[in-house]
Write a protein that binds this ligand. Sequence first.
Ligand code: ADP
Length: 406
Amino acid sequence: MTAASSGTVLVLNSGSSSLKYQVVAPSSGEVLASGIVERIGEGSGHVKHVAHGAVVKREQPVADHAEALRLVLALFDEAGPSLADAGVRAVGHRVVHGGALFSAPVVVDDAVVEEIRSLIPLAPLHNPANVTGIEVARELLDVPHVAVFDTAFFASLPPAAATYAIDAKVAAEHGVRRYGFHGTSHQYVSAAVAAHPAVSSRTVGRPGPLRQVVLHLGNGASASAVLDGVAVETSMGLTPLEGLVMGTRSGDLDPAIVFHLVRNAGLSVDEVDTLLNKGSGLKGLAGVNDMRELQGLIASGDSQAALALEVYLHRLRKYVGAYAAVLGGVDVLTFTAGVGENDARVRAGVVAGLGFLGLSVDPALNDERSSEARVVSPDGSAALVMVVPTNEELAIARQTLELARR
Ligand code: ADP
């Protein structure tokens, strides 16, 4: 059976100034086409469409998301494959914030669009673009549309993990709680770990639930603790700012730093927001947000870059230790996303000193380059360390087609 005949999904990821897309076959994972429109609304748009092994690029202004999607659809017509030939049965939308309203993917109707819009105060940077993307796509594409939420996997967090210790009435009134993000990735990766032969064979006969820690280390970064497939802790909170040191986000800090900067540094609340979300993390410490560039600076003897990596690794070790306490031990620690999948030094740096938890890497296995899910801890270790490539688009496509077929 071809990908097209068993049905494919157009996955759309609308950012504030970008639109990423993929046509994916949920059954095989085959990507029939993919692309990105960047710098939407910025005067000099950039479009890239990849299909049939060929790349089509355009430089042209793209006024808004409606124009971006029209442009993408025109490219499918011109450069192929046509959406009909590709067997597109549904559109899957990545939506960043589902708030307390959505704990699972949902078929989009007018009421769902309004509910996602109502969550804009919780995600002012992300949800507006998600709403626009859904509205435009529903106008242009007459197939079922499904919203898949980045927060949904973490709807299962126990109250003790989801609750911030602030005035309970204020929190309830303003939706202040831990929601967590990157949920599609943590769910996909933790399920792939559980299904991996090295893990499934190991758990046979072993009493107790499977205790996993997943580190999603991309430009954004987050950790999760997963007990038998259910998320019980995660590092991102009300917004994606909390937790690990990221490319441009600070992660955890004393909340009073915000008051201090507003009172004493002459910064407005919006300026502090921008500082912590866009000008902090590795970029704030070392001037670059990209891990490859940071490693290059370290190799050239840049001491500030070396410090940035130490801060990054220290935070990660703290989280793994904390999650081991939450889970009562760790069976599998898994690295995923751009840094987690590719940077052996970061993986080795995280587990250095975590031998007391049974966590270590085999240098040869850890240094091997591969795009497969794999074990990098030494044979016979008390706990496994794994590298599992994430695939959020495939996860969204699978959830979308399943709902669209019902
Ligand atoms: P996002 O989806 O959050 O934008 P990715 O998951 O693509 O991010 O991860 C981007 C990060 O992965 C960047 O910091 C980049 O430097 C890092 N990365 C990608 N390839 C490598 C590599 N070979 N070695 C080290 N870091 C890498």
